[in-house]
Design a protein around this ligand. Structure first.
Ligand SMILES: *[C@@H]1O[C@H](CO)[C@@H](O)[C@H](O)[C@H]1NC(C)=O
Ligand SMILES: *[C@@H]1O[C@H](CO)[C@@H](O)[C@H](O)[C@H]1NC(C)=O
Ligand SMILES: *[C@@H]1O[C@H](CO)[C@@H](O)[C@H](O)[C@H]1NC(C)=O
Length: 216
């Protein structure tokens, strides 16, 4: 059960306060889970060419990346195209469940945290305003779906409202900053699902996209 608390701590680091997590901490392993679904990637540009699906690819490094592939429909029979959404039912953003994306855990072994599957978190680098969604086991970034099934990431502060000596007000912010960008990470050189922290993407190949849940 201690492992579960460590995992939860990862969630807290990803942007929620402990006070938002209610219920029996020993029961935190019992995530509710929706899925499987595919993640449809659709360019926001009016005449954009991006239209396809995400799939998970292992790298020579520790983590897996989420790559964009041009496809007219998801490959439902391939687990690397299937995702789940794990949530507690207690954490909400604007009355919508928030949780995190998980790989198809039905085909995976139980990991060191007593969970199956890998969760999506963000990896940052010092030379860009792009974060890279990666699959790992120790942390997760909090996400949700809006009424159109578009996926968002959530945070409780907007640092652009900071006033010296004060903490910005807590609020449920939903961000839709997904992009597909050519990236060279580990042994992979490919159009990678990316996250624009703020402003225009620093990488000139990026195209802003919507990420939409499509039930399988
Ligand atoms: C999209 O394509 C149409 C037809 O090819 C063109 O008339 C229009 O200007 C294009 N719009 C943009 C935003 O590029
Ligand atoms: C996701 O939820 C399912 C169902 O509760 C559970 O079996 C699995 O271990 C969870 N995985 C993660 C990474 O949270
Ligand atoms: C969103 O997805 C659910 C299934 O997960 C589906 O029942 C619903 O129709 C979808 N909503 C829209 C607006 O596509």
């Amino acid at each position: 059960m201690k492992a579960a608390a460590t995992f939860l701590y990862g969630l807290v680091m990803a942007g929620i306060t402990m006070a938002q997590v209610r219920g029996d901490p020993d029961g935190i392993n019992d995530f509710l889970s929706d899925g499987p679904f595919a993640l449809h990637v659709k360019g926001q540009a009016q005449n954009g060419s991006i239209d396809g699906y995400l799939h998970t690819v292992h790298t020579y490094g520790v983590q897996s990346l989420l790559l964009y592939e041009r496809l007219s429909c998801p490959k439902a029979d391939d687990s690397s195209y299937r995702y789940y959404f794990n949530y507690t039912g207690e954490m909400k953003s604007n009355d919508v469940d928030i949780g995190f994306f998980v790989s198809d855990y039905t085909v995976e072994e139980t990991n060191a945290f007593g969970l199956k599957g890998q969760a999506v978190s963000l990896q940052f680098d010092l030379n860009t305003n792009l974060a890279v969604p990666v699959m790992g086991i120790d942390t997760a970034v909090l996400a949700g779906f809006n009424a159109e099934n578009k996926t968002f990431l959530t945070h409780y502060m907007d640092d652009s409202t900071t006033v010296a000596g004060e903490r910005p007000p807590y609020k449920d912010y939903e961000y839709y900053n997904w992009a597909v960008c050519w990236q060279a990470i580990s042994n992979v050189v490919a159009p990678v699902l990316s996250w624009v922290t703020v402003g225009q993407p620093h990488n000139p190949t990026c195209e802003l996209v919507d990420l939409v849940k499509v039930s399988l």
